[in-house]
Write a protein that binds this ligand. Structure first.
Ligand code: PLP
Length: 408
């Protein structure tokens, strides 16, 4: 008899997005003439930078000629992209990395989910509440999350993020082995400043913990004092892995490319107390289970670091942040409480009149025909909020705000 990994049976269904889809299709079926606008969309809408399109087209032409054709590439990525990342994303921020510390991948979701392969399932986990669900579900799959408990999972510590703490988690009062931090944050749209991030690095160093730092939205940071990388904090190379993505930076959600930094200095222990570099383990893992991101894709990613590519990325991010600004100003005029959206493409909107997340979702859908994402879907502390994203088209964003203004 073949046995399954029964941890998968513990996983709840993807309730949030399937429930949204169900309610939206029911609404559309009974209101076929209404134009529904989504402010809940988690995907980008603007095309790839021209520089990437050209670089990818050139790479396709190389593939068409036997003298320039490329087959399998290095599992951890081509040097041309790794060097562009080090030179452009890290050196200007005072962070020195060696090429062996950068691992190119097909995106941050895979890496955030797969990183658990190199860490014992006996480690305890800490996450913010609300949270990007991948951090939890990937731990449930391997048994590290424990068993379903009254609130979440038995081996997961939840750090509530509420209005009272400015949506920033408190430093735990006990030891946690692995902490997931995501800044700029999805879903709350908030960021940590250097002092706040330093407190986490200091905690991790003092407790021999590992921080898994998801910086998928770093390109949206507008305030020059906010750190883009956890390695801007002294000591972080000894305690943190950082995940980055080209998805929201350069519209690569469908192209698929990201990267993960595993510093050489970062070690974790065996049961008998030996310290093992995690870089070695991740390299081994990737070489065994991953065969590299396509050459064409990596050339496309490299192109965002050219002067034209940088300018095109800047414009697209400016476009989305313009949407965020329109929404923030609109909500302020209406006297509604909206958070985030200044250094992130997400707005965390407080529901009015004490409505629950789902009640407000339903009300917005029926009265304004706008789709949002109920905050409760990201964790219990998300109750009483909805998440809005800035990834829509400008005209939809403006129309949505006009509808809210006239019906609110
Ligand atoms: N991390 C966070 C916090 C995200 O919100 C997302 C995507 O929505 C990802 C990672 C996944 O990024 P990628 O497209 O690179 O897999």
């Amino acid at each position: 008899m073949s046995l399954i990994n029964e941890n998968f049976l513990l996983l709840p269904g993807n309730y949030l997005f399937s429930e949204i889809a169900k309610r939206v299709s029911a609404f559309k079926a009974s209101n076929p003439n209404k134009k529904v606008i989504s402010l809940g969309i988690g995907d980008v809408t603007q095309p790839l930078p021209q520089a990437s399109i050209k670089a990818m087209a050139d790479a396709v032409s190389e593939m068409a000629d036997s003298s320039t054709f490329r087959g399998y590439g290095p599992e951890h990525g081509y040097d041309f992209l790794i060097e562009a990342i080090i030179r452009n994303d890290y050196l200007p921020r005072g962070v020195k990395l060696s090429p062996s510390e950068v691992f190119i991948s097909d995106g941050a979701k895979s890496d955030c989910g797969n990183i658990g392969d190199i860490l014992s399932t006996e480690n305890s986990i800490g996450v913010t509440d609300p949270v990007y669900p991948v951090y939890i579900d990937s731990n449930v799959m391997c048994g590290r999350a424990g068993t379903p408990a009254a609130r979440g999972w038995s081996n997961v510590m939840y750090m509530p993020c509420t209005r009272d703490n400015d949506f920033k988690p408190q430093i735990p009062d006990r030891r946690i082995d692995i902490l997931y931090l995501c800044y700029p944050n999805n879903p709350m749209g908030v960021v940590l400043n250097k002092e706040e991030l330093k407190q986490w690095v200091d905690y991790a160093l003092a407790n021999d913990s590992i921080i898994l730092f998801d910086a998928a939205y770093e390109a949206y940071i507008q305030d020059p004092s906010i750190p883009h990388s956890i390695y801007e904090i002294p000591g972080a190379k000894k305690c943190a892995i950082e995940f980055r993505s080209f998805s929201k930076t350069a519209g690569f959600t469908g192209v698929r490319c990201g990267y993960t930094i595993v510093p050489e200095e970062l070690t974790a222990a065996t049961k008998d107390g030996r310290r093992i570099p995690l870089n070695q383990l991740w390299n081994r893992r990737q070489c065994t289970k991953f065969n590299g991101t396509s050459y064409i894709t990596q050339r496309g990613a490299e192109a965002i670091y050219t002067p034209e590519g940088k300018e095109q990325v800047r414009q697209t991010i400016g476009y989305y942040m313009g949407n965020a600004n329109i929404m923030l100003e609109g909500f302020a005029r209406l006297g509604m409480e909206a958070y985030g959206g200044e250094n992130a493409p997400y707005i965390w909107l407080k529901t009015p009149q004490g409505l629950s997340s789902w009640q407000f979702f339903d009300r917005l859908l029926s009265t304004t025909n706008i789709i949002t994402t109920p905050g409760i879907g990201f964790g219990p502390s998300g109750e009483g909020y909805v998440r809005l994203t800035a990834f829509g088209r400008r005209e939809d964003c403006c129309e949505a705000m006009e509808r809210i203004a006239t019906t609110a």
